[in-house]
Design a protein around this ligand. Structure first.
Ligand SMILES: [Zn+2]
Length: 477
């Protein structure tokens, strides 16, 4: 249905987003409220995200494993903050095979508990450490307000779980993986992010410290795109993960966990998309180049298609697709692939065949401005060059947008209005009281305390008391 116009992105961002997800065939609503079906195009995008992250996980020494979907209810209760944080969102199985279960099972909302239990069996000595395991899987959190990709009852993600002999090593791991996420977001998803620490109120239930990469969407709202948690010895004590150290003394291990979910697909859509549809970063796009043959009759067709098949040979190192649907007009196809966000389109008509050229159209520059004619002998290097340019431009554009929608404030009176139109950096004393006041009065939350700080002192924007850190306030997804 690409001939049907999308709702305007500027006038109704939310409806634009929902319609775009459906029409670009990324996902569909499932029969159960709050669940979604990820369609092949959406899954192909997720697969590229997976590959891109998985490579980084392996490079940093991690291996993949799979833990079970069901967790005994009693496991969750072992870590007090963890159970308080997750209880309201649990899906619980009480009947199995037609019989009441002796102990109810929760469908994992996250796997710290089951992993902790297993680690207590596997870790006996310092020689068993560190353990660096990642799992790709799905989890269930019974959310009340849901949104395709951004918040669904069941979602796909990866969760890393590591155990270490020292606190320092675990803290280094926590930040290493946050950097991996930031590197992925910036360089592959072209989504600018700010790495920083979560406030105590916003941190993961059961963590000592939580860190996040925060992104800004096209409507200026914030989105937490990945988190990494230093769990201290909280889960080690709850699950008795102990080891004999170098002095043959029994110690509790130090653990971390870190996760990035499919909501990053939502981040990509909302960071880059425009009124025509998606704009996918070349490094992750399921199709990097779409080729559209243009002809009026069979004679033209056979000439054009011959060149198309030669071009296909030249471009084997890219993810390409040839749209040879004969029942559709080129104009329809242009709109269709623009809606789906393919970064680069190649048009080949009889004129191009005659001149040994092709016509390029860039998705990030719709219309004439993004068109160019290229000699066929230059094709492959030129495609590589253009995809790199598009990737860079997308990040630059998003970065410029974020900068123009961020302000530094000292006056609390201005905060309420400012967070309606963007992100605010301000001094904060660190007290929950002040954080809550902002939330109640303007619906903005503290997003993160960025690592990058000036080292100066200021006055809390809410209470005026001395503050040593600046924090980002924003309304968030
Ligand atoms: Zn304060």
């Amino acid at each position: 249905m690409p001939d049907e116009k999308l709702p305007s992105r500027t006038e109704n961002f939310s409806e634009w987003y929902n319609q775009l997800v459906l029409r670009a065939e990324l996902a569909h609503y499932a029969p159960v409220r709050g669940c979604m079906v990820v369609r092949p195009y959406g899954w192909a995008l997720w697969e590229n995200i997976q590959k891109s992250l998985d490579r980084r996980f392996k490079e940093t020494g991690h291996t993949n494993a799979a833990f079970p979907l069901f967790i005994p209810m009693s496991f969750l209760a072992k870590e007090k903050e963890h159970v308080e944080g997750f209880s309201p969102e649990l899906a619980v199985v009480t009947i199995g095979g037609g019989q009441d279960l002796e102990e109810p099972l929760v469908v994992r909302p996250t796997s710290e508990t089951i992993v902790g239990y297993m680690y207590s069996k596997w870790i006996k000595s310092y020689r068993d450490l560190p353990i660096l395991i990642n799992q790709w899987g799905n989890v269930v959190r019974w959310e009340m307000r849901t949104r395709l990709f951004l918040r669904t009852l069941e979602f796909y993600w990866q969760e890393g779980h590591t155990a270490h002999a020292t606190s320092q090593e675990a803290q280094e791991e926590t930040l290493r993986m946050l950097n991996v996420y930031a590197d992925f977001a910036i360089n592959d998803a072209a989504v600018p992010v700010v790495p920083g620490q979560k406030s105590d109120r916003e941190k993961f239930a059961g963590a000592v410290n939580s860190y996040t990469i925060e992104a800004m969407m096209g409507d200026t709202r914030a989105l937490q795109a990945g988190t990494s948690h230093f769990l201290g010895q909280n889960f080690a004590k709850a699950f008795d993960i102990q080891f004999l150290d170098w002095n043959n003394e029994l110690q509790y291990a130090w653990t971390t966990s870190w996760g990035l979910s499919m909501r990053v697909v939502g981040a990509i859509i909302m960071t880059h998309g425009d009124n025509q549809g998606l704009i996918l970063p070349p490094k992750l796009a399921p199709i990097q180049v779409v080729i559209i043959p243009i002809y009026k009759n069979d004679t033209e067709k056979s000439k054009v298609m011959e060149v198309v098949s030669n071009i296909q040979q030249d471009l084997t190192s890219f993810r390409i697709h040839i749209d040879d649907r004969s029942e559709l007009t080129p104009g329809f196809k242009f709109n269709d692939w623009e809606l789906r966000g393919v970064p680069l389109r190649i048009e080949i008509g009889p004129k191009d065949v005659e001149n040994s050229t092709v016509t390029f159209a860039r998705r990030d520059h719709p219309g004439k401005a993004g068109k160019s004619s290229v000699s066929r002998t230059q094709l492959s290097p030129r495609v590589a060059e253009l995809l790199t340019q598009i990737q860079t431009k997308m990040h630059e554009r998003a970065l410029a947008f974020r900068q123009s929608n961020t302000c530094f404030l000292r006056d609390y009176q201005e905060l309420g209005q400012a967070v309606q139109n963007g992100r605010v950096l301000a001094w904060w004393c660190g007290r929950e009281e002040c954080e809550l006041k902002v939330k109640e009065e303007s619906k903005a939350t503290t997003r993160c305390i960025p690592f990058e700080q000036s080292g100066e002192e200021g006055k809390c924007i809410v209470c005026g008391q001395p503050a040593s850190k600046k924090v980002y306030f924003a309304r968030a997804y």
